[in-house]
Write a protein that binds this ligand. Structure first.
Ligand SMILES: Nc1ncnc2c1ncn2[C@@H]1O[C@H](COP(=O)(O)OP(=O)(O)OP(=O)(O)O)[C@@H](O)[C@H]1O
Ligand SMILES: [Mg+2]
Length: 262
């Protein structure tokens, strides 16, 4: 008898390797995102976070490995086809259309849909999450502040009514207060709509608090993974990603012991 199928992963990466010419940016990355959760990939500058997301959404073709979304192989598929299957990517630096109005930016997110009523409902929904976008609906998106553009980029992704959103460093360039506000809404979107989210961040504190499961990426490799509750308690994470000195001293002692140093 075979075991019952309990696999609820929406996204699976298996040994994915991507490079820019001779530069290997990610080296054998395997990870899973389960339906309904917020998963996060933590890593510092240049670790390969953006490359992982671009490889998933088809912007970069991997050299090796495979990517499965909702049970279908999407490895190196056309990005437009991947969008149609319900996977939306909010890129680093937001990339809204500056000369289109806020409303038209939102409608661009819904371009694959033909259910007008559903689109109108979702427009109302994003205006409820981010009331400032309702106020600015007729204004050019290029006139929004950085934080408002981040809200618009997330909202544009929501307009596709996706199963999975890839979110690339929403905290980039934002004040701690605004970052906190945006993370709170991302968590609400996940809890209220059940949208699965894969978030990549340098801001480990915010990401670990908002997410259920986390991966730590260093030099293109996953070096640690666990529930975020457990990751937050690890000394290495406290020292290197949360900047807590006490933990640093303990992590250092352990490391020296492992290496037989004194
Ligand atoms: N277009 C490119 N051409 C060449 N090398 C690139 C390109 N984009 C990224 N890289 C390199 O690939 C590696 C991973 O970059 P990536 O942008 O994925 O990192 P990241 O974790 O998103 O960093 P950050 O936190 O700064 O956004 C880095 O060494 C980077 O220099
Ligand atoms: Mg990046």
């Amino acid at each position: 008898m075979t075991a019952p199928v309990t696999d609820n992963a929406v996204l699976k990466l298996l040994n994915v390797e991507s490079a820019y010419g001779p530069i290997k940016a990610i080296r054998g990355v395997s990870l899973q995102v389960r339906r309904g959760e917020i998963a996060t990939v933590l890593g510092s500058n240049g670790a390969g976070k953006t490359t992982i997301l671009k490889t998933i959404s088809g912007i970069i073709d991997p050299r090796k490995g495979s990517i499965e979304f909702k049970g279908n192989d999407i490895t190196a598929q056309d990005p437009a086809l991947i969008v149609q299957q319900g996977l939306m990517h909010v890129p680093e630096g937001r990339e809204v259309f500056p000369l289109l109005s806020v409303r038209d930016n939102l409608l661009m997110g819904a371009y694959t849909r033909s259910d007008r009523d559903g689109v109108a409902r979702d427009m109302e929904l994003v205006f409820n999450y981010f009331p400032i976008l309702r106020e600015r609906a007729a204004q050019d998106a290029g006139l929004l502040s950085g934080g408002q553009q981040q809200m618009l980029a997330i909202s544009r992704a929501l307009m596709a009514n996706p199963d999975l959103i890839l979110l690339d460093e929403p905290s980039l360039g934002l004040s701690p207060k605004l970052t906190k506000e945006i993370f709170e809404i991302v968590v609400r979107i996940n809890r209220e709509r059940g949208t699965t989210i894969l978030l990549v961040e340098q801001n480990a504190n915010m990401a670990l608090n908002a997410s259920d499961y986390g991966y730590v990426l260093e030099n293109g490799r996953i070096v640690m993974e666990d529930t975020c509750a457990r990751l937050r308690e690890k000394d290495d994470i406290k020292e290197f990603y949360l900047g807590m000195k006490e933990a640093g001293v303990r992590a250092d002692r352990r490391w020296k012991k492992k290496k037989n140093w004194r």
